[in-house]
Design a protein around this ligand. Structure first.
Ligand code: C5P
Length: 239
């Protein structure tokens, strides 16, 4: 397979077309951003760490029945994925209060929810990803009622599976963000990436952040913390 034109440059990844119209080439960059791109830093080895974490989690989810766009890893920083039309929604699942939830509702950090909380944000850099509900998504033509229901169901299933995977690593899955796309056949498919860039992860014993909050809050070196997550994942795989 051959890499062709740059299709899209995101905050942490570049997407290229390939000679196969149904396949995209993803390059994970050594870049980290926060505040919707306003804070941007280069970090060595960040790309390959996230690429490896994401590949493992997508593979694990596939084995557990979650259809997703991941095809294969090509090099430490590059992957092939199925081309989908991204639904412009950020689907956030929360198990414990953190981040914008705490800010919005002034609740206690890491307060446990009786059941997972699903929130949607409209993917729009110009609008700064505003909060939206299912009806708003329908009104904006972002997704159909059926697709929204499917997304909720998939998000909850991914939450159960990821929570289990991380629990075995002594890590609490606080919250995370998913993106879904539509295949050419019209199926809703899990896409984007799964890494400490879009999951909040906390060590069960120390409650230390093992995710991008290290960068957001200036808690120290971020890449070693991501590498710690990758190492724990690899250890679990070897069992
Ligand atoms: O900031 P907030 O608390 O809403 O984030 C919830 C979850 O979604 C966090 O795990 C965060 O990393 C992720 N997120 C993301 N991309 C965004 C906003 C949030 O991956 N643009």
């Amino acid at each position: 397979i051959k890499k062709q034109d740059l299709l899209y440059q995101g905050k942490a990844k570049e997407m290229y077309t390939t000679n196969d119209p149904d396949i995209l080439w993803v390059h994970y960059m050594d870049q980290v951003t926060a505040l919707n791109g306003k804070k941007k830093v280069q970090m060595k080895d960040k790309g390959k760490t996230n690429c490896a974490i994401s590949a493992r989690l997508f593979t694990e989810l596939r084995e557990q029945g979650i259809v997703n766009h991941f095809i294969e890893q090509l090099s430490p920083t590059d992957q092939l994925v199925q081309k989908v039309t991204i639904i412009p929604l950020e689907t956030v699942v929360r198990n414990y209060a953190s981040g914008s939830f705490v800010k919005r509702y002034q609740t206690e950090y890491l307060q446990k929810f009786d059941q997972p909380v699903i929130e949607f944000f409209y993917k729009s850099d110009e609008l700064d990803d505003p909060f939206l509900n299912d009806d708003d998504a329908l009104a904006l033509g972002v997704a159909t009622r059926e697709q929204m229901a499917q997304i909720r169901q998939l998000a909850l299933k991914v939450n159960r599976l990821l929570s289990q995977i991380f629990a075995k690593m002594n890590v609490l899955l606080v919250d995370f963000k998913l993106e879904f796309g539509l295949s050419t056949a019209g199926d809703v498919i899990l896409a984007d990436e799964l890494s400490p860039d879009n999951c909040r992860l906390v060590d069960l014993d120390t409650k230390q952040s093992l995710d991008k909050d290290v960068f957001r809050k200036g808690l120290g070196q971020m890449v070693p913390v991501y590498e710690e997550i990758l190492q724990r994942l690899q250890k679990e795989e070897e069992r």
